[in-house]
Design a binder for this molecule. Structure first.
Ligand SMILES: [Zn+2]
Ligand SMILES: [Zn+2]
Length: 143
């Protein structure tokens, strides 16, 4: 079940280590844009010897190799995302959820025409997510 992640590391000529595989797997299975703390505390349950520093270092290496990307959406806290395609995000002001929005950036063509190579696009939409809106409606119907 780790084959997919072994291949990713190999393709980037990275050393295959257990923490790197675990971090990749976690991000692949949780498209919720977790921060280091979330990844660490979740992995620690099954890998008690894992340290926060190791998780952080693994993320940094994966980031350097453009396997994962980090988003500085909520203040200074970094959120991690394995989806390397360029995409935008929707942030819910109420529950803090960060959702992927797969729309092409309308400014991309112009940027590329300038001969630049785009490696990162950070577009954020903020509002109230569908879940929270449903919750709100439920409340007002009841009262
Ligand atoms: Zn929400
Ligand atoms: Zn994302």
């Amino acid at each position: 079940m780790y084959e997919k992640y072994v291949k990713i590391l190999k393709d980037h000529t990275l050393k295959i280590t257990s923490p790197r595989l675990e971090v990749l797997k976690y991000l692949d299975e949780h498209h919720t844009h977790p921060n280091v703390e979330e990844i660490y505390s979740s992995l620690k349950k099954t890998h008690p010897s894992l340290s926060r520093t190791t998780v952080y270092n693994s993320l940094e290496i994966l980031k350097k190799n453009r396997i994962v990307q980090s988003l500085a959406i909520s203040g200074s806290e970094l959120r991690y995302d394995i989806d390397e395609r360029l995409h935008h995000h929707f942030i819910c002001n109420r529950c803090g959820a960060i959702l992927d929005i797969s729309i092409a950036c309308p400014n991309m063509d112009k940027t590329l025409q300038g001969g630049h190579r785009v490696e990162e696009v950070q577009g954020y939409f903020k509002g109230i997510c569908k879940k929270c809106q449903t919750k709100e409606k439920g409340r007002s119907n009841n009262g």
